[in-house]
Design a protein around this ligand. Structure first.
Ligand code: ZN
Length: 340
C-alpha cells in the first residue's frame, strides 16, 4: 500500500456536514472539518461544500487532491447503489439521482462508496475499536431510532437494496395503558421507534404528566413538550421518579427489541449510540435497564456461553466514536475498498 494514499470520509447530515481524512494506515490525518448543511438547497450546493472541504482537508496537511484515492460518503436517507430512494430532510432533487456517481465524476473520477447514516455510524464504532474484529450492531436512540450492522471483518451489511437494518421499525409488542399500539413517525403502529426515540419521550411525558399523582410535578408548568423532553434527562439524573420511570421503560423496551435483533444476527457486540451515550452516571442505569429488557426476552445462551459461563456471548457498550464517528466510518470503508 502506498504511503502517499489518503481516504476521505464525508458525512452528509441534515444539520451539519462533517469531513475527515485518514491515511494509508487508517489513522486520522488533520482535523475534522464541520460546516452547516445545505442539503435542503439541492445536492449541487452540498457538492460545492464537499469539494471545498476536500480542498481544506488536503491543504491543511500539505497533500494534493490527487492523493485522495477513495471517498466514503453517507447520506441521511435510504439509498441503493448510489441512488437516493427517499426524501427525508433533503431537497427533492436528491431523490432518484445517482449521487455517488455524480460526485465521483465531479471530482475527476475518484471512486466513491456511499451508504446511509446508520451504517456509517456503525462503521465508525467498528473503526475506533481497532482490536475488535467480530460483528457489531449499533442502535442509536435520537430523534428516531437508527442502527447499523457491521459484519466480522468490517463491511456494513446493507441488504440487497440498501434497505437493511431499519431497526427502529421492527415490531414492539408493548402497548399503552389503554391497550393501543403507539403510532410511529413512519405511519405504522407498534414500531420500536415509537417507544425508543425523542418522539416517544415527548408522547410519554404527556401521558405521565396527565396522571393525577404527577399533577404537581415541576414539568407541569405549561412549557412546550419539546422543552420538557429536553429537561427530562436532568430530572432523571437528579433522581426524579417520573423521569426515571420514563427512561426505565424506554431502556427496557429497547433491550427487549435488541433480544430479537441479537437472535437474528448474533453480533457479539451491541453498541448503544445517541445522545445518552454522552451522559455521565445516569447512563449506567440506562444500560442496566437495557440489559433487564434483554434478559427478559433473550435466551440465556445469548448472554453467557452454556459451556463456559465465564464467556459473555453478547457484550453491550456505549458508543465511543463521538461526533466524527460516521465520517470516520465511511473513510475506513473507502480505505478498505479503494487502497492499492
Ligand atoms: Zn415505524
Amino acid at each position: 500500500m502506498a504511503e502517499s494514499e489518503f481516504f476521505a470520509g464525508l458525512d452528509i447530515g441534515g444539520t451539519t456536514v462533517k469531513t475527515v481524512l485518514v491515511d494509508h494506515r487508517g489513522e486520522v490525518a488533520g482535523d475534522m472539518i464541520e460546516v452547516r448543511s445545505h442539503v435542503k438547497d439541492g445536492f449541487e450546493a452540498t457538492f460545492g461544500q464537499l469539494e471545498s472541504a476536500l480542498d481544506r482537508l488536503t491543504s491543511a496537511i500539505g497533500i494534493s487532491r490527487s492523493q485522495v484515492r477513495g471517498i466514503g460518503m453517507d447520506v441521511p436517507a435510504p439509498s441503493c447503489d448510489g441512488v437516493i430512494w427517499g426524501k427525508a430532510n433533503l431537497h427533492e432533487n436528491w431523490v432518484g439521482t445517482n449521487i455517488r456517481d455524480k460526485f465521483s465524476a465531479r471530482i475527476g473520477g475518484t471512486p466513491v462508496y456511499m451508504t446511509n447514516d446508520g451504517n456509517a455510524a456503525a462503521l465508525g464504532e467498528y473503526a475506533v475499536r481497532r482490536k475488535h474484529h467480530g460483528g457489531l450492531l449499533l442502535v442509536a436512540p435520537g430523534t428516531g431510532l437508527g442502527g447499523g450492522l457491521v459484519l466480522p471483518g468490517g463491511r456494513a451489511y446493507e441488504g440487497s437494496n440498501g434497505l437493511a437494518l431499519e431497526v427502529g421499525h421492527i415490531s414492539s409488542p408493548h402497548r399503552e395503558d389503554d391497550g393501543t399500539l403507539p403510532t410511529c413517525s413512519c405511519g405504522k403502529d407498534g414500531c420500536l421507534e415509537a417507544w425508543v426515540s425523542l418522539v416517544a419521550l415527548r408522547r410519554r411525558i404527556g401521558i405521565e404528566l396527565a396522571r393525577p399523582e404527577n399533577e404537581s410535578h415541576p414539568l407541569n408548568d405549561g412549557s412546550p413538550v419539546e422543552e420538557k423532553a429536553f429537561k427530562l434527562r436532568d430530572f432523571a439524573q437528579q433522581g426524579d421518579e417520573m423521569a426515571i420511570g420514563i427512561f426505565r421503560q424506554q431502556g427496557q423496551i429497547l433491550g427487549y427489541g435488541l433480544a430479537d435483533l441479537v437472535r437474528v444476527f448474533d453480533p457479539g457486540l451491541v453498541v448503544i449510540g445517541g445522545g445518552l451515550a454522552e451522559t455521565v452516571g445516569f447512563r449506567d442505569d440506562y444500560m442496566d435497564w437495557i440489559k433487564q429488557g434483554f434478559a427478559e426476552r433473550a435466551w440465556p445462551m445469548y448472554m453467557k456461553s452454556p459451556i463456559d459461563p465465564a464467556k459473555t456471548t453478547t457484550r453491550f457498550e456505549w458508543a465511543i466514536g463521538g461526533d466524527s464517528s460516521a465520517a470516520l466510518g465511511v473513510a475506513f470503508s473507502a480505505r478498505e475498498m479503494f487502497r492499492s
